[in-house]
Design a protein around this ligand. Structure first.
Ligand SMILES: [Zn+2]
Length: 435
């Protein structure tokens, strides 16, 4: 018998890859924070002797979800700007409000609130893009999950920097501080092609290539954005970024609701990562990302919640369901299969963030980032197809356990690394003056 740290036995195990088929009465053996083996529980019990074990007889165990686009601290702006299209939402509501209320303390409390919400609904890794990233990163470290922290680059003065030059300076310092962190990766976060001038986008590319970090950008979010690009440059932002060298596999293009066939060809040719944020795009009436057309061209499409001010939840199971429904709306009922939706929420997200070798599926050697969902509740049972229950049922509320690198961070309502009572007080304090 081989000793191991942990054995998680469950009614169903969904590895996502290499074979997405659920394993009935499966188990995952964990050693040193990584997955040692996955397979039928009977087989693993015959080979491994765990120090600790979980027997989850009504549960599905799957990889932790990867939220590939979020502005975590905007949890404090939930409900602050309703029923507006993107342009008014951003220029008339969100940016002026952020100018008044965002501070280091705001970001600390808001990031913790978002982490509490995300952990509870099975998100073990998220891509953040917000002001004061040097405050957000330690919150992720303390809570024990994983994140890509993109520091914001915007040409004009904002709560964190006087503009792009100071943004680069502070961001590169942050990158130095987290150079070897096992759970936090730093990324460049130019807000959008329309709010960052060409020279600063070029600088972003140069620095990003120099330090080997990815770039995340809001791109082709609305028809107006693309029309303005065509009027100014004679072609779309996708074509413009292709010409300037920004389109590459380390570029994470968020939204992408407006794409011509030529845009899709460029995105596919350059291996760009696409992040689909269906709720945010519908709520701001921005459009729908053509996931089927992108996937047919071999483009990797991940899922994001966007920030709580345009969603208003950080629930990636809900995004997976909506992505499946929108795929059916656009391409017919055979599109948006549950396997595809689950893969978008896990392995595709990992791939978009450059982490596909480490997380996103339950495979031996990968990080033990797992979640368990109790499928015995009235809204989820009886279970004929666990993947369908996870995508089309209210799965987020049924998440019972969350592990990151083999460490249990959440169990049946109990947060192991967050003080919820203290957090509630800090949120109230941060909300004072938040009009
Ligand atoms: Zn966003």
């Amino acid at each position: 018998m081989i000793p191991c740290d942990l054995m998680i036995r469950s009614r169903w195990c969904l590895p996502i890859a290499p074979d997405p088929k659920p394993i009935e009465r499966g188990a995952v053996a964990v050693e040193g924070g990584r997955i040692l083996a996955i397979g039928p529980a009977a087989d693993l019990d015959a080979r491994y002797l765990p120090t600790a074990a979980f027997d989850l007889s009504n549960h599905a165990v799957l990889p932790g979800l990867v939220n590939a686009h979020c502005h975590a601290a905007m949890s404090l702006l939930r409900g602050a700007a309703e029923d507006l299209a993107l342009d008014a939402w951003l220029n008339d509501a969100i940016w002026p409000l952020e100018g008044r209320v965002v501070s280091a303390a705001f970001v600390r409390a808001g990031t913790d609130l978002a982490i509490a919400e995300m952990l509870r609904s099975g998100i073990t890794c998220f891509a953040d893009m917000y002001f004061f990233p040097e405050e957000a990163a330690p919150r992720v470290s303390a809570a024990g999950l994983r994140a890509q922290i993109a520091f914001p680059i915007i040409d004009f003065p904002n709560p964190w920097s006087s503009g792009a030059t100071e943004g680069f300076h502070k961001g590169l310092e942050l990158n130095d501080a987290y150079r070897d962190d096992p759970r936090i990766g730093i990324a460049f976060g130019p807000h959008s092609a329309y709010s960052v001038e060409e020279a600063n986008l070029q600088k972003t590319l140069m620095y990003a290539e120099e330090v080997g970090r990815p770039i995340q950008i809001h791109l082709h979010e609305t028809a107006e954005e693309v029309a303005a690009a065509v009027a100014r440059n004679g072609h779309s932002w996708v074509a413009q970024l292709a010409a300037t060298g920004l389109l590459n596999p380390a570029l994470q293009a968020v939204h992408m609701t407006q794409l011509s066939d030529a845009d899709i060809e460029l995105v596919a040719e350059h291996g760009v990562q696409v992040v689909h944020c269906p709720t945010s795009n519908l709520k701001l009436a921005s459009g729908i990302c053509p996931v089927g057309r992108l996937a047919a061209n071999g483009v990797n499409v991940a899922l994001g919640t966007d920030g709580a001010a345009s969603n208003n939840a950080l629930d990636l199971f809900a995004e997976a369901r909506l992505a499946a429904l929108l795929a059916k709306h656009l391409g017919g009922a055979a599109e948006g299969r549950v396997e595809d939706a689950l893969r978008m929420a896990t392995l595709n997200g990992a791939a978009a963030l450059g982490l596909a070798d480490e997380i996103g599926s339950l495979e031996a050697g990968k990080q033990a980032d797992l979640i368990a969902v109790d499928l015995s509740g009235p809204a989820l049972s009886p279970v004929r197809d666990p993947a369908a229950a996870l995508v089309h049922g209210p799965a987020a509320a049924a998440v019972s356990h969350v592990w990151v690198a083999g460490r249990c961070l959440y169990e049946e309502g109990d947060y192991k690394t967050l003080d919820l009572v203290g957090l509630r007080r800090r949120v109230e304090l941060a909300m004072e003056g938040c009009g």
